[in-house]
Design a protein around this ligand. Structure first.
Ligand code: NAP
Length: 353
């Protein structure tokens, strides 16, 4: 029998992706939807402005949106709330004994909250055992990273493991769906580039180093590397593209880097439904990856990388692309939940990896 789950923030861009990706999911069944007071009490189909290119499932359209309170909610909650609301509501659900699989940045950098990409740092999960709600009644919060950090971190992870990384320079071209709905006004973004996304550069830097860091008992020590990020909004619907330069700790040839990416399959054998068979897809064409044609590689869960070449300032440079609302949000959270299921940890119990 599939596990009943709830979605907090079900009407937003990420909430809609959850509904789309969970429609035929083998482990989870959407049983509860919540959004703001303006949507609560309405049929989902009446409250949502459905923006995805697959039909809104009829069963979901007919569900009534519940108030965003833990009473009556399932014990597994996928959360897609704005940060300020998440800061207030997610702990209420964890305190009520729910596993909260969160997309927001509210708790990503908290010492006892795992910030996880299953292929990269599943071994950080046990720090959730330190959360007060976990000790009290089994509830906890697990987070997935910012949509601009996730593709970058996937591509860097095998290089950190094999060669070490000393410095990271990244400049992003981020899609408008990353700003939620209705997001950036059309007058600001059509035919334009906006070289500012509030708090994004700080989040990208801190989260990247934490994700690539190592667990030391009850805490995570961030990777000891220098990093700078430039974040830009561009008139692309979905898919964040990033120009990256890195300095390695130990020298590597082009062949060794390509081999590290090709061989990176840390979830092979776990058989998680959302996991891409090839997490990093290298594209050899001169002008790839591109968001319009490459964002859905690995059903939107792969990080694409191309244009690997020597960098005259650091060692190597390349281009990364990942889908911001699938790999960068709802798909990442579902993969985290699948990993917790495979570890037997969506029910109250000690998490060990
Ligand atoms: P969004 O489109 O603005 O959706 C926000 C959702 O929160 C809506 O369902 C909204 O419901 C609900 N909400 C607002 N106020 C609420 C309240 N007081 N109580 C309960 N629900 C409330 O935002 P989004 O793009 O889906 O992003 C959601 C979260 O995911 C954010 O923290 C964002 O930073 C993060 N994230 C987004 C992306 C992306 O690519 N979009 C990627 C990674 C992470 P109503 O419709 O009723 O207002």
């Amino acid at each position: 029998m599939r596990q009943k789950i709830g979605i907090l923030g079900a009407t937003g861009m990420v909430g809609q992706r959850f509904i789309q990706l969970l429609e035929h999911h083998p482990y989870f069944e959407v049983a509860w939807l919540a959004a703001s007071d303006k949507s609560s009490g309405k049929k989902y189909g009446d409250a949502v402005k459905w923006k995805l290119d697959t039909a809104l499932p009829e069963k979901i359209a007919n569900m009534t949106i519940s108030p965003a309170k833990p009473e009556g909610a399932p014990k597994v909650i996928f959360a897609a709330l704005d940060t300020d609301i998440a800061r207030e509501l997610e702990p209420l659900f964890a305190d009520a004994g729910c596993a909260v699989i969160s997309n927001s940045s509210a708790f990503r950098m908290h010492e006892d909250v795992p910030l996880v990409i299953p292929e990269v740092n599943a071994d950080h999960l046990p720090i959730l055992e330190e959360q007060a709600s976990r000790k009290k009644n089994g509830g906890y919060i697990v987070t997935n990273p910012n949509c601009s950090a996730i593709g970058l971190v996937m591509v860097l992870k095998p290089l950190v493991d094999r060669f070490g990384i000393d410095s990271i320079f990244v400049s992003t071209m981020q899609a408008i769906s990353g700003a939620g709905y209705p997001g950036v006004p059309s007058m600001d973004i059509l035919g334009n580039v906006v070289p500012f996304i509030k708090n994004e550069e700080e989040k990208m830097q801190a989260e990247t180093l934490r994700l690539l860091g190592s667990r030391d008992g009850k805490i995570v020590r961030p990777l000891d590397a220098r990093m700078t990020a430039h974040c830009n909004r561009v008139p692309v619907e979905d898919g964040h593209t990033e120009s990256v330069s890195i300095k390695l700790t130990r020298p590597a040839t082009r062949e060794q880097i390509l081999e590290a990416w090709a061989e990176f399959k840390p979830l092979a054998g776990r058989d998680l439904p959302m996991a891409p068979a090839q997490p990093i897809e290298f594209l050899s064409q001169d002008d790839r990856p591109q968001p319009r044609v490459d964002k859905n590689r690995g059903r939107g869960m792969a990080a694409s990388v191309g244009r690997l070449r020597p960098c005259t300032l650091l060692d190597w440079k390349f281009t990364v692309l990942s889908h911001n609302t699938i790999r960068g949000a709802a798909g990442a959270a579902i993969l985290n939940a699948e990993l917790l299921v495979s570890l037997g940890k969506l029910e109250p119990a000690a998490v060990t990896v």
